[in-house]
Design a protein around this ligand. Structure first.
Ligand SMILES: Nc1nc2c(c(=O)[nH]1)N[C@@H](CN(C=O)c1ccc(C(=O)N[C@@H](CCC(=O)O)C(=O)O)cc1)CN2
Length: 295
């Protein structure tokens, strides 16, 4: 069987074009420019790359981008004061604090401080609770991207057996809720699950979000299954060159078995930023009481 490669480059570009069209419409019809504020604390090299990409793509979509950089040793109170300022700023419709935060800062308190209406990461307990209750919520970006990618292969996920490997607040837990909203049958597995390979083999849809390079092997996968690989594991290159990016799935083994699979890089990661733009448009529309946007 030849595996279909689910191309994040193409799907994210299409989504970003739809966001840009929606931004133009909101500006023309309502005179509102959606604005996103991204807060980067410290200088983690991967976070720097992600924040630069967020800034560039926000501007390309026609939105206002506000970047705030703080030193790694910033006092918690100063970070919370910046969040309070952004909560009150009418030009800012979305607030995102890049994670992970440097040691010594309490990320739970920081996320709690973000106005739920501007929480474009969907991590505030109000949004997490609303999502779990089936209400309108801003939803974490990577799980949103996972669902969009799965739906490129299956128009409906209803009744499918899905496994989510990983139970983080950023990916695993919200992804389970989104899959339930799609009427999938969901198993959530984690480091303490017994016989993970056997659980995995029952799934039509595999979402791997464990953060361990190539942990999910080819013989764990049901033939023809769809695999969405959320892992981005930086691994030293054997020849001492640039680090390699590996997913949580052993891609070369898996592609011989699956029906469709996302690559790493070039898969889910690219959807994360595109979905952040979607959430910013949704937040701006909700804050101003505009009709639901077309993205
Ligand atoms: N506040 C948040 N922090 C973090 C999130 C998040 O959703 N909210 N997710 C990740 C990092 N992330 C966005 O912030 C992110 C990850 C990956 C990519 C991406 O484009 N990946 C590329 C490879 C890029 C590379 O070379 O590193 C790909 O997979 O092809 C974008 C954004 C943790 N923090």
């Amino acid at each position: 069987m030849t595996a279909r490669i689910i191309d994040g480059k193409i799907i994210s570009a299409e989504l970003r074009a739809r966001v840009a069209a929606e931004v133009t419409r909101i500006k023309t019809d309502h005179g509102i420019t959606p604005g996103l504020a991204v807060v980067l604390v410290g200088s983690d090299p991967a976070s720097e790359v992600y924040v630069r990409s967020k800034h560039k793509q926000t501007q390309e979509a026609g939105m206002a981008s506000f970047e705030h950089r703080l030193p790694a040793d910033v006092p918690q109170a100063e970070l919370l004061a910046l969040i309070a300022k952004l909560n009150a700023d009418p030009a800012v419709h979305g607030i995102l604090v890049q994670l992970p935060l440097p040691k010594g800062l309490d990320s739970t308190a920081v996320i709690d401080a973000i106005d739920p209406a501007k929480d474009v990461d969907g991590l505030n307990p109000t949004n997490a609770g609303r999502l779990a209750s089936g209400l309108f919520a801003l939803t974490p970006c990577t799980p949103l991207g996972c669902i969009i990618m799965a739906k490129q292969v299956h128009a409906s996920l209803e009744g499918m057996n899905a496994i989510v490997i990983g139970r983080s607040n950023l990916v695993g837990k919200p992804l389970v809720q989104l899959l339930l909203n799609e009427n999938a049958t969901v198993t959530i597995a984690h480091s303490r699950s017994r016989d993970l390979p056997a659980l995995c083999r029952q799934a039509d849809l595999v979402f791997a979000a464990v953060g361990k390079a190539e942990m999910v092997k080819g013989d764990w996968i049901k033939p023809g299954a769809t695999v969405i690989d959320v892992g981005i594991n930086r691994t030293p290159s054997p020849d001492g060159g640039k680090d390699k990016l590996l997913g949580d799935v052993a891609f070369n083994e898996a592609k011989e078995v699956v029906g469709a699979i996302t690559p790493v890089p070039g898969g889910v990661g690219l959807m994360t930023v595109a979905c952040l733009l979607v959430n910013t448009v949704r937040a701006a529309s909700a804050i101003h009481g505009l009709p639901k946007p077309a993205v």
